[in-house]
Design a protein around this ligand. Structure first.
Ligand SMILES: CC(C)(COP(=O)(O)OP(=O)(O)OC[C@H]1O[C@@H](n2cnc3c(N)ncnc32)[C@H](O)[C@@H]1OP(=O)(O)O)[C@@H](O)C(=O)NCCC(=O)NCCS
Length: 465
């Protein structure tokens, strides 16, 4: 994935968008009607909640062009893997290759003699500190190298240890001599449901994350070794599929999505070059003050009954979340233990809220966001960009806009600088009304060893950390 930051030239200007929207909607609604008629017979697919905006259509076109260009590149590693080529279309929904346990190599793959495999111990503070440092200095940056993800240690622990996690899947490479970590990759188990073209499949997969090679060891084909070795370790548990995301385009995404950002602390975001003063405010005497005013939020959540989620809410929330997620073409299926792990609030890691209806006392809404700061590279005044990322949610009585507005308000109260999300789930409904700006890079979703037609962002129900 790539560290998201606001796209400079094409920042979504809500006012502008509002005035353009009607024509766009008109055009695409016509198309949608025709599509809907055709699809009616086997309607297991997601009906788009919002009509694609001009921006979404432009992005789709750009993605198409990038795909054609990238398809020409030789793929020394990925051509050997069970994934579709960039130029290939899915012909079915199912595994690309079927292997047996006895086909899986029993010994780890060889590394250069200077290095060795090492399974980190997440309970060991020193080792976690070293992994933190490796990632903090070498993990994902934006294209202009201004920001780099800085996953805090407590976040890493949370991300690496859901129910049924395995130590053998927390895989580092270190130098034999100094025992210094130089690369990392991880897998965690998960269950997913895929619904597309009338087919429903349960997938036991792993989520692959935190692939990182030290900057000094780049372009030496260490990444393919990490991917091969983690695949072998996952295969040994009779698991044959994986889901992962990346900012780079490799063979072949199941979906190409985009980050959007909602400024909470515009002065800081502008000072550090994350975003810009909107063009239309430049003509004012004090453009920054106008920008601050534009992004101002109410001081407290607005929906009556909005409060932090408690353990006693879990049953009700999980039930409704599963129901909500069934409308997407691919989404996780959480067990109760997994839900508790992923969503019970943890300070500085995950925040979850519900709306408890004041009359019926039933939970009608649920929303969550996680904390992922980025190091601000080379800024002398500000060291850390504090970002909240929209995680899972559902809504029944109130609108998604009202629900997420309250999440923005609590994020602001907690001193976050920016609130980020992708154009997946129902998030496209948020962008205009809640003043999100478009980000400067794509996030591609991939499945390993699974063939599936390309999904539109709004068909995606998976949020990865
Ligand atoms: C991503 C990263 C590990 C790749 O390492 P590298 O030294 O640049 O690349 P290597 O020479 O080891 O390997 C190149 C191969 O890995 C593939 N690759 C590069 N990035 C990849 C990614 N994010 N996911 C999967 N494969 C990737 C390349 O496509 C290439 O394979 P190909 O020849 O079949 O196209 C490294 O650039 C890095 O740590 N970047 C910062 C963190 C990051 O972006 N992590 C990925 C998060 S999704």
């Amino acid at each position: 994935m790539s560290t998201p930051k606001e796209k400079v030239e094409q920042q979504v200007d809500s006012n502008q968008q509002e005035s353009q929207e009607p024509t766009v909607e008109k055009q695409s609604k016509g198309k949608e009607k025709k599509k809907k008629k055709k699809k009616k017979k086997k309607n297991t697919e997601v009906t788009p909640i919002v009509q694609p905006s001009q921006e979404t259509l432009q992005l789709a076109k750009l993605n198409e062009e990038q795909l054609k260009e990238e398809a020409k590149k030789p793929r020394l590693f990925w051509d050997t893997q069970p994934v579709l080529k960039l130029s290939e279309e899915a012909k079915k929904i199912g595994p690309i290759e079927v292997k047996k346990l006895e086909d899986v190599r029993k010994e780890p793959y060889d590394l250069h003699p200077e290095f060795e495999w090492y399974e980190i111990d997440q309970a060991n503070d020193e080792e976690m500190q070293e992994i933190y440092t490796l990632l903090e200095q070498n993990y994902v940056e934006d294209d202009d190298a201004m920001f780099r993800f800085a996953y805090p240690i407590e976040f890493l622990r949370w991300a690496l240890t859901p129910p049924n996690w395995k130590k053998v899947w927390h895989l580092a490479v270190r130098t034999k001599k100094t025992k210094k970590f130089v690369a990392f990759i991880s897998a965690i188990p998960g269950k997913f449901e895929l619904r597309k073209a009338g087919v429903v499949k349960q997938l036991n997969m792993v989520e692959i994350n935190f692939l990182c090679v030290h900057k000094k060891l780049r372009s030496k084909r260490l990444a393919p070794q990490l991917i091969r070795e983690i695949t072998r370790r996952v295969n040994l548990t009779d698991c044959w599929q994986a889901i992962y995301t990346a900012g780079v385009l490799i063979p072949k995404p199941i979906s190409t999505t985009r980050y959007y950002h909602r400024s909470l602390n515009p002065s800081k975001l502008i000072a550090i070059g994350f975003s810009r003063i909107p063009k239309r405010f430049e003509r004012f005497k004090n453009p920054l003050e106008m920008t601050e005013r534009y992004y101002k939020l109410p001081d407290t959540p607005q929906i009556p009954g909005f409060r932090e989620m408690k353990k006693s809410d879990v049953g009700q929330v999980l039930n409704q979340l599963q129901k909500f997620l069934r409308q997407f073409s691919i989404a996780p299926q959480f067990t109760k233990q997994e839900f508790i792990h992923w969503f019970l609030p943890r300070d500085g890691v995950i925040n979850s809220y519900v709306v408890e209806d004041p009359e019926t006392k039933k939970i009608t809404e649920f929303g969550s966001f996680y904390t992922l700061p980025s190091t601000i590279i080379g800024d002398t005044k500000y060291k850390l960009l504090k970002a909240a990322y929209l995680f899972y949610y559902f809504y029944t009585k109130h609108s998604v806009v009202d629900l997420v507005r309250d999440l923005l308000i609590v994020a602001k109260q907690k001193d976050f600088d920016v609130f980020n999300c992708l154009d997946i789930l129902h998030n496209q409904q948020l962008f205009t009304e809640l003043k999100f700006g478009i980000g400067d890079g794509n996030l591609h979703y991939y499945l390993y060893n699974y063939e599936c037609p390309t999904l539109r962002p709004e068909e995606m129900g998976v949020v990865m950390l």
